[in-house]
Design a protein around this ligand. Structure first.
Ligand SMILES: [Zn+2]
Length: 367
């Protein structure tokens, strides 16, 4: 299997984030991608492809041009207000502000106002190289799609920063540009038929859902922790099924605490069947392995053994497939779990993954 990666991700390596008001070491950091790359470089069944630049044409189909332009200069314009190299918003745009107001727009004369307008949490700091890293992640995804369009049945995009929490004009959840959504838009155009986004990250992909919520050429299906207890808290309920012509083109499977390998695989099989029912002609997987039981953000009970059959379940669609990296924060087993999933997608046999640790060595962040 071909896989794609850019060293430019190193330009976005925040040392801190703010969680529950507390400054903590960064979670979505460069060592994650290094951990995955190490495993794939050590596997003869995988080979690196060349990443090429794709410009902003498709990026600005998915994201507002004004948001893309803002992000390019946001760190620089906010720099005078922060004593750390990371920049955080302090005021957020809330829907209730708009009850009696006019059209929403970013404030023209306030850098911090603009930052708050485009952000939804305090875990997504901007650093000097954020824009360049996020642009490169989109190129990584589109390069993987190029490989699939050239005849590879599946390819992997090791994107960093991730993307599935980012909406058309909103950053958050460690995400800036929605890599999977851009790849999906490109795949729909190139294959000429509906595409499934199968999102297996522990968290609901609110950004991807919102981008395609009114469309009937993208089937967004997600397995994730129930938003009643888990980030991003406000989206991912089973009742969210799409709107207008997109009605029936979104499907959410919120899952309970302690979800087991067997339970997860049964729900995934159902999700894959729904994608088949939609007549999709291509697949984009939002691969988050923060579903892993030892991940600091997870409260599932998934083991190393689940990832190969997960990949194999997606492969049963026998469709052109691009796997896009989203979350996964247990850097010790992150590479192994991604490798297992990809081997399943590619139809390669499972590797021995025995010897799992008893407990996480990382501080648990879920609530
Ligand atoms: Zn996640």
């Amino acid at each position: 299997m071909k896989w794609f990666h850019s060293d430019k991700h190193e330009l976005h390596n925040p040392e801190l984030e703010v969680w529950a008001g507390t400054p903590l070491p960064g979670t979505e950091v460069a060592s994650r991608a290094r951990a995955i790359a190490r495993f794939l470089d050590g596997d003869v069944d995988f080979s690196r492809g060349v990443v090429s630049e794709h410009g902003t044409e498709l990026l600005t189909v998915i994201h507002d041009l004004a948001m893309v332009d803002w992000l390019e200069n946001a760190w620089q314009e906010c720099r005078p207000f922060s004593e750390t190299r990371e920049i955080f918003p302090d005021t957020f745009f809330h829907p209730q502000m708009m009850m009696d107001a006019g059209a929403s727009r970013a404030p023209m004369s306030s850098p911090l106002g603009r930052l708050g307008f485009y952000s939804f949490d305090t875990m997504t700091p901007l650093v000097e190289g954020t824009y360049e890293a996020a642009r490169a992640a989109v190129d990584v995804g589109l390069s993987a799609l190029d490989a699939v369009m050239s005849g590879e049945r599946a390819a992997y995009a090791l994107c960093r920063p991730p993307g599935h929490h980012a909406s058309s004009a909103m950053i958050g959840g460690f995400c800036f540009f929605n890599n999977a959504a851009v790849v999906t838009e490109a795949m729909v155009r190139r294959l000429g038929g509906p595409v499934a986004v199968i999102d297996v990250d522990y968290h609901h992909g609110n950004g991807t859902q919102s981008i395609f919520y009114e469309r009937d050429d993208v089937f967004y299906v997600s397995l994730h922790a129930d938003p009643e207890r888990a980030y991003p808290y406000f989206t991912g309920h089973a009742s969210e099924i799409g709107r207008e012509s997109g009605a029936g083109w979104t499907q959410n499977f919120p899952l309970g605490i302690g979800c087991s390998d067997e339970q997860y695989l049964a729900v995934l099989a159902e999700a894959v069947e729904r994608a088949r029912d939609k007549g999709v002609v291509g697949v984009v997987v939002s691969l988050g392995v923060d579903s892993y039981g030892l991940d600091p953000l997870s409260d599932f009970a998934l083991t190393r053994e689940v990832y190969h059959p997960m990949g194999a379940a997606v492969a049963e669609l026998h469709l052109p497939t691009v796997v896009v990296q989203e979350g996964g924060y247990d850097t010790e087993d992150l590479g192994l779990n991604v490798q297992s999933f990809l081997r399943g997608v590619a139809g390669y046999e499972a590797r021995d993954v025995s010897g799992a640790r008893e407990a996480s060595t990382l501080p648990q962040r879920h609530v």
